[in-house]
Design a protein around this ligand. Structure first.
Ligand SMILES: Nc1nc2c(ncn2[C@@H]2O[C@H](COP(=O)(O)OP(=O)(O)OP(=O)(O)O)[C@@H](O)[C@H]2O)c(=O)[nH]1
Length: 434
């Protein structure tokens, strides 16, 4: 049976659904992708309980194309090339700017204070150990998916209506249209008008997801001929950039590499403090300036320091939130220009950190950051406890960017190299009784 026999995806998504007054599944980026990048953190807090913090994906996707990136209130303009304020607030919460206000929230909620020894793993990190955590992290994603899927098949044979419903469930689980259609096409070829066991369905789902993810499974590696290997870490605020830098630094230092960290998020006092803590923990030099300093200037200094120190890697943190998208991208572009002035083939890697809980909005972030600074690889954080982990599949199907790491928690060992098979198995869920 062809896709057409399933009733025509687009008609169902935008025709039938509209008639039924049901919300359409979030499958497509708005035309102006910028509108959907929301740098404000509407949750206003840290990950807690059910969903780690992050922009509300639903808000983001339904934003009118003209308003998504703009702050709600018009705050004081922040000059990307600003000078340090004469009297910078001791904590960002004292500052008048919404950016600074957010910093204050973040400072309170995320001091990340324990001076733990991150260079000696508490227990040897095994692949099986991380896989267990990935499975439990993605439990909400897989159970919402498999509950929807198995509910469809308990009484029914695989007819065209069931296939349509299945396709909807997969799309609503953020897997993307391509993967949803691949699964239903495959089922319709082999199982049409027959019953199907949940485990067989899970297996097909896992295989199709793995097919999409395998090409993007690429380990993050330092090129030893580049010294320092310059890594720019970008992403919307709160996705986990600073934490990810700390975790990567710990891994590199454990492997005997010398690392320098650059606190390029000069807006956030808390981000600088957070990076300094990671510097202490990983015994890495941190290049930082006072809040409000010019980020590009700081990065220039960091390149010099890293070269002088004979560092193997320079990991550069960046701001995730500026006045608006244009300023954020202008600042990042300026940072890249300055890096190139000093080291023409750098940055050697540009890692985009995505928060899994943002769902469809992550697709737009990939587009926008790629356009501005040429993303070379992805890190997806907060896969623990989200029902939206399927978005990594949609992103991979659309952008084919290497996925280097996935994060399932805040601890130093909660970041691991991405494995397509493990992820696919975790998404598709455990076999019955397994
Ligand atoms: N649950 C969970 N929390 C995470 C993960 N990665 C990072 N976090 C938490 O997310 C919060 C934000 O992380 P940060 O590293 O401050 O994010 P950022 O992107 O640097 O934020 P800005 O500096 O605001 O741009 C912190 O509380 C982290 O501990 C993860 O994989 N799972």
């Amino acid at each position: 049976m062809s896709s057409d026999q399933k009733g025509g995806l687009w008609r169902r998504m935008f025709g039938r659904r509209a008639e039924d007054q049901e919300p359409a599944p979030e499958t497509e980026a708005p035309e102006d992708a910028a509108a959907a990048i929301e740098t404000e953190d509407p949750s206003g807090g840290e990950p807690s309980g059910e969903e780690p913090r992050g922009p509300d994906p639903d808000d983001a996707i339904v934003e009118p194309v003209t308003s998504g990136f703009e702050p709600e209130a018009a705050p004081e303009p922040v000059d990307a090339e600003r000078e340090a304020p004469a009297d910078p607030p001791a904590t960002a919460s004292e500052g008048p700017d919404p950016i600074e206000t957010r910093v204050g929230e973040s400072t309170e909620a995320d001091p990340d204070p324990e001076p733990e020894d991150v260079l000696t793993p508490a227990e040897p990190e095994t692949k099986a150990g991380f896989f267990r955590r990935l499975m439990s992290g993605l439990d909400r994603t897989s159970s919402s998916l498999t509950e929807g899927v198995t509910g469809l098949f308990t009484k029914r044979k695989l007819d065209s209506e069931t296939l349509q419903d299945l396709e909807d469930v997969l799309i609503q689980a953020d897997l993307g249209v391509e993967t949803a259609m691949a699964v239903t096409d495959r089922l319709s070829e082999s199982r049409y008008q027959k019953g199907i066991e949940p485990d067989a369905l899970r297996r097909i789902l896992a295989e199709e997801v793995a097919r999409v993810l395998e090409p993007v499974e690429k380990p993050f590696e330092l090129d030893r001929t580049k010294k320092p290997f310059v890594v720019l870490v970008v992403g919307v605020n709160g996705t986990g950039k600073t934490t990810t830098i700390g975790k990567i630094a710990a891994k590199l230092v454990r492997d005997g590499r010398k690392v320098v960290l650059a606190a390029g998020d000069t807006f956030r006092a808390a981000a600088v403090e957070q990076l300094k803590i990671w510097g202490e923990r990983t015994k890495s030099h941190v290049v930082a300036r006072e809040t409000g300093s010019d980020a590009a200037g700081l990065v220039y200094d960091a390149l010099e320091d890293a070269a002088a120190a004979g560092a193997d890697a320079l990991l550069i943190d960046t701001a995730g939130r500026l006045q608006n998208r244009t300023e954020l991208m202008a600042e990042l572009e300026k940072v890249v220009r300055v890096i190139k002035k000093k080291v023409p083939d750098a940055p050697h890697a540009v890692l985009l950190v995505l928060d899994a809980t943002t769902g469809q909005n992550a697709l737009n972030q990939v587009e926008i950051f790629s356009k501005a600074v040429g993303v070379t690889g992805l890190v997806m954080t907060k896969l623990d406890g989200t029902a939206r982990g399927g978005i990594l599949v949609a992103i991979s199907a659309r952008h084919q960017l290497p996925v280097h790491f996935v994060g399932v928690g805040e601890g130093v060992d909660d970041l691991a190299p991405f494995s397509a098979d493990d992820f696919a198995t975790a998404i598709a869920g455990r076999p019955e009784g397994g």
